[in-house]
Design a protein around this ligand. Structure first.
Ligand code: PEP
Ligand code: MN
Length: 357
């Protein structure tokens, strides 16, 4: 399915600059909280105000959102500040109510993107409606599911689309709440180059102190903007308190971010870059040659073992190789994780080849 420049035009049509900054509380709590936050955000680079009206909680019992009574609060934000407004929709009923309130942009949450029935229901409810839709990645690291979410809207004629990387849940997310998987976002961008790609560092980090770093990484990877949870009193927020920041902190972050040029046409830059790229191409070809040689040797070993009726997997030998290579790799500045991953892949392929003999 072709995602064309059409899919970016809505950003210009709405007067949204690069990078687009969507900010506002995780949840709309009270009219006062929404309006106070919005008026402070108006003084920052924020161009779209977000607030969750319906909150998909992983377990019941938490704050599930104020519901439709919050929609007029968002309308007041738009009237009083001029910012566009956006909220999450999770079913056809939410869509109907959000459209009645003329919400400018709708977003699909991570817990909805995992469910093709729900996405289809929302896409059907939006048929013939001229509103931008932002599709968050599903909670699990599944690129086709994310692509599928976008495609369901596209197939219903919804052309103003964007995607949001909010990280993925995993058994071990380290110091993240939801681990960023940059390669999945980049794969998605490769598939749909003209789709605006937005980062939600709040749900990735789950805390305040790492938002700037993660956001800078995204900018360096050519992301088009951010959605950052911002609250007038983060510590007392009714949801996601640990990750929300104040409008003043958001302002500081947008000032500290270094916006890189997508490319530079300076001649010296281009010629140096070309040289490096040629060098990389040569090295990559060498890697393929060496891997092919290695698999040739594995094949010979396989033949030998077969002749002598010896088992293919010699686990003692394999752990010796891995240990030695990790040490050698570290002495040359390569991380343990990287060497381990490369050699595991080589080992699996060697075993496959020996099986085939
Ligand atoms: C949110 O944006 O508040 C939210 C619920 O996000 P996600 O769907 O990414 O968990
Ligand atoms: Mn949230």
């Amino acid at each position: 399915m072709e995602i064309t420049k059409q899919n970016r035009k809505w950003l210009d049509n709405m007067g949204l600059d690069h990078p687009i900054v969507i900010a506002g509380p995780c949840s709309a709590e009270t009219e006062e909280q929404v309006l106070k936050t919005a008026h402070l955000l108006k003084e920052t680079d924020t161009n779209v105000f977000r607030a969750g009206i319906w909150k998909p909680r992983t377990r019941p019992g938490g704050f599930e959102g104020v519901g439709a009574v919050g929609l007029p609060w968002l309308q007041r934000v738009r009237e009083e500040t001029g910012m566009k407004i956006t909220t999450e929709v999770g079913n056809a009923n939410h869509v109907e109510l959000a459209l009645k309130a003329d919400v400018d942009i709708l977003w699909i949450g991570a817990r909805t993107t995992v469910n093709p029935f729900a996405v289809q229901e929302i896409a059907d409810a939006l048929k013939g409606v001229d509103k931008p839709v932002l599709v968050k990645n599903p909670v699990n690291p599944d690129l086709p599911l994310w692509l599928g979410g976008v495609e369901r809207f596209k197939a219903n004629g919804i052309d103003q689309l964007g995607v949001i990387h909010r990280g993925f849940s995993a058994y071990n997310t380290g110091h993240y709440r939801n681990k960023p998987k940059w390669h999945i976002a980049i794969e998605l961008k490769k598939e749909f180059p003209d789709l605006p790609l937005i980062l939600d560092p709040s749900h990735i980090c789950g805390r305040r102190d790492t938002i700037l770093d993660v956001s800078q990484t995204a900018l360096d990877l050519n992301f088009d903007g951010f959605m950052i949870e911002t609250h007038i009193d983060p510590d007392n927020a009714w949801s996601d308190a640990a990750q929300q920041i104040t409008p003043a902190q958001l302002d500081q972050i947008t000032q500290d971010l270094k916006i890189r040029q997508k490319s530079s046409d300076k001649e010296s830059f281009q010629s140096k870059l070309n040289l490096y790229r040629k060098e990389l191409d040569l090295i990559d070809n060498n890697i393929i040659d060496i891997l092919s040689d290695r698999m040739g040797v594995a094949e010979n070993i396989g033949k030998l073992k077969h002749k002598e009726n010896v088992a293919i997997l010699q686990s003692g030998r394999w752990s010796d190789i891995l240990k030695a290579m990790i040490e050698t790799g570290q002495s040359k500045g390569l991380s343990k994780e990287f060497v381990e991953e490369v050699f595991k892949a080589i080992h699996v392929e060697s075993i496959n080849i020996q099986h085939k003999v």
